[in-house]
Design a protein around this ligand. Structure first.
Ligand code: CP
Length: 339
């Protein structure tokens, strides 16, 4: 997707300019009254979203669906390869040709890197990447950066010169791969990459950050990486991407952020983020629930922001931003429990 969003795919954060990102954020701000159930719009009435998730998801799938519904559109879903005709040998390209006849826009998640691009190449309608293998998760990166911007603004700060620690599985974590690229649009970002050596950020991403003039520091221990950060972005070990469960088990629980470690090593007000899901099983717990009441824990605000960003992307992609104000009314149902 480029500056002119209408009718464009969003397959990667590559090609997004800082101006384009700021446009998405401005439109996301317009969506707050709708996402907070104060106002209703029907600007996408009659439009259909094909929500195609060929890999497990809670947040991305449901928030894309909610975002489309909140704009007045309808959602049709396929969940899992086994319940689609991909299981009968249909190609991604044929699936795209067919589904794009039924939909105005398609969101797709697939376990293979590059599969969403293949699908999009045969689609007659815009395709938004909901996560493809270990490669990219562009809408997650947009909502992450939007969250960082809001959390920093609440402290009276901006993004330039931000110091961020990214910890955990930086090799297979697609959210991190997209986030580092989009953060690099802002000047003088300081990246602290905390992971076991085997799960380090792939070199191509690191090289691009350095080439863009950013500072990159690798850490194989938590303490040194955390202490210089304004934001700590925790990630789950992506066990489903490892060659074997035995290999994944070697890294389970290796890096954990909990109240004790936060207090010992993080500066006061260090914002805690995680794309979620976090792995709450015994032995994993990369982000401990003992931080849940901490005011700097932004993970649920981050998840809420996903609806705003996805509403903004639909409004831009289907070119209805200018019509948003025209057909607005207050909600008619009880909303007190949300506030
Ligand atoms: N962050 C994210 O992609 O979550 P889901 O896998 O639940 O969609």
């Amino acid at each position: 997707m480029v500056k002119d969003f209408a009718g464009q795919h969003l397959l990667s954060v590559q090609g997004l300019s800082r101006e384009a990102v700021e446009t998405v954020f401005s439109v996301a701000d317009l969506m707050v009254p709708f996402a907070e159930r104060r106002m209703v719009t029907r600007v996408l009435e009659g439009a259909i979203l094909g929500n195609m998730f060929f890999e497990p998801s809670t947040r991305t799938r449901v928030s894309f669906g909610c975002a489309f519904n909140l704009l007045g559109g309808e959602v049709r879903e396929t969940i899992g390869v086994e319940s689609s005709s991909l299981a009968k040998g249909e190609s991604l390209e044929d699936t795209a040709r067919v589904l794009s006849g039924y939909s105005d826009v398609i969101v797709m998640r697939h376990p293979e890197g590059g599969a969403v691009d293949r699908f999009a190449s045969a689609s007659r309608v815009p395709v938004l990447n909901g996560g493809d293998g270990a490669r990219e998760h562009p809408t997650q990166a947009l909502l992450d950066l939007y969250t960082i911007r809001r959390e920093r603004a609440a402290l009276g700060l901006g993004l330039d010169g931000l110091r961020i620690a990214l910890m955990g599985d930086l090799r297979y974590g697609r959210a991190v791969h997209s986030l580092v690229q989009i953060l690099a649009l802002y000047p003088a970002i300081e990246f602290h990459l905390i992971s076991p050596p085997e799960l380090a950020l792939p070199e191509a991403y690191e090289d691009a950050l350095r080439a863009g003039g950013h500072q990159v520091h690798r850490h194989h221990a938590l303490a040194s990486g955390l202490q210089a950060a304004d934001i700590v972005y925790v990630t789950r070990t992506q066990e489903e991407r490892f060659p074997s469960p035995e290999e994944a088990a070697r890294y389970r629980g290796l890096f954990r952020l909990n109240q004790e470690i936060y207090t010992a090593h993080c500066a006061p007000n260090t914002v805690i983020m995680h794309p979620l899901p976090r792995d709450s099983r015994a032995g994993a717990q990369e982000l401990d629930a003992d931080l849940d009441a901490h005011p700097a824990l932004a993970i649920f605000r981050q998840a809420d922001n996903g609806v705003l960003i996805r509403m903004a992307l639909f409004a831009l992609c289907l070119d209805v931003v200018g019509a948003l104000e025209k057909d607005v009314r207050p909600v008619r149902w009880y909303t007190g429990g949300r506030r």
